[in-house]
Design a protein around this ligand. Structure first.
Ligand code: SAM
Ligand code: SF4
Length: 326
């Protein structure tokens, strides 16, 4: 079957699947008041997830990232991983997590079939980490990273959202941290969402400032692999790790878009900042609906816009990124 491709020739080998929009952290840029609900009752069930990913794999999707909310809050998280991993055509299963109880759980994630972990660590200073996330859990995350490496994981990326006045003085500490560790730290420019306007105005800083400092310090831009995300990556011969920059406000950011998203309620989101999603759930109820599902996904792609309009303050229907998993 012809792989998914839009009218600009962009191909989509990569799907981000949110398995819950609940989270136990209170990151001040995302869910400052936390979540009031504690039930995953309405989230996609395991059999729905299997049908969804099977259809996408027929359309050329090879890599699935499981995200949330906090995906590891689902009691059946490991089963979700192994079911997705077992679907023909899926080469890589990754996850994005806040690292909650990572020290205790990471080996079970890897044994279930996780190939790559993106971990959110917005500060290496325990007090700043607590101020940003509402949790004093930096130590268990660090222990989790060590365990993952000891268990043979080769791909860990750390996401840090750039926040003026909260972590923007930590570049040197982050660089020192990757000097002897094969970890990529990706600095993500804070994005404006429906819920964080005043926080955004107070704390947004451009990733261009970090890029300037990296270049001054002798870091060199690395060529982008085919299935990579939108990060610009930099390396330096004195450091084992790499630095990535994700700058959604940069011109041309959307030109390399290679991912689609499905929400935990089964809506296909063509862009992180779409007005609304396209419901797929009614076609996830039986194996006999696979053909119809494939057709709906292909037809929906015609609606994908050339880019977002974030720079004009248009945040679509996205109130926070916990809705869709970033
Ligand atoms: N709970 C998991 C975690 O925090 O890694 C997965 C979901 S979280 C929404 C995915 C990523 O989006 C995290 O790295 C988080 O820092 C990032 N994120 C959330 N809100 C953001 C915003 N407004 N701007 C930029 N990145 C954001
Ligand atoms: Fe939760 Fe992730 Fe949002 Fe933080 S960024 S509140 S961990 S969903």
């Amino acid at each position: 079957m012809q792989p998914l491709q839009d009218h600009l020739g962009r191909k989509f080998p990569y799907l981000r699947l949110s398995v819950t929009d609940l989270c136990n952290f209170r990151c001040n840029y995302c869910l400052p008041d936390g979540c009031t609900s504690h039930s995953h009752r309405d989230s996609l069930r395991l059999d729905e997830i299997r049908r969804l990913i099977s259809a996408f794999s027929r359309l050329g999707v090879e890599k699935v990232r499981i995200t949330g909310g906090e995906p590891t809050l689902r009691a059946d998280f490991n089963t979700i991983v192994s079911v997705i991993k077992g679907i023909p055509g899926i080469r890589k299963v990754a996850m994005t997590t806040n690292g909650y109880k990572m020290d205790q759980r990471v080996i079970s994630w890897l044994d279930a079939g996780i190939d790559a972990i993106n971990l959110s660590v917005d500060s290496l200073n325990p007090e700043s980490f607590r101020l940003i996330t509402g949790h004093n859990r930096l130590q268990e995350i660090m222990a989790g990273i060590n365990k993952a490496f000891a268990h043979g994981l080769t791909s860990i990326k750390v996401n840090a959202v750039l926040l003026k006045g909260l972590n923007d003085s930590e570049l040197t500490a982050f660089l020192e941290w990757v000097r002897g560790r094969p970890v990529t730290i990706r600095f993500i420019e804070l994005m404006e969402t429906g819920d964080n306007h005043s926080f955004f105005n107070k704390h947004h800083i451009s990733g261009g400032l970090i890029r300037k400092k990296l270049l001054e310090l002798g870091w060199i831009r690395v060529a982008r692999p085919r299935d990579a995300g939108p990060a610009q990556e930099y390396c330096h011969s004195d450091y084992q790790g790499r630095i990535g920059l994700i700058m959604p406000y940069a011109r041309d950011f959307c030109n390399d878009c290679n991912r689609l998203r499905v929400s935990s309620m089964g809506k296909l989101q063509l862009c992180l900042f779409s007005e609304s999603g396209i419901d797929l759930r009614d076609l996830l109820q039986s194996d006999s609906q696979q053909e119809a599902l494939v057709v709906r996904i292909k037809q929906s792609l015609a609606l994908k816009k050339d880019g977002h309009f974030l720079e004009e303050g248009v945040t679509g229907g996205t109130y926070n990124l916990a809705q869709l998993g970033g």
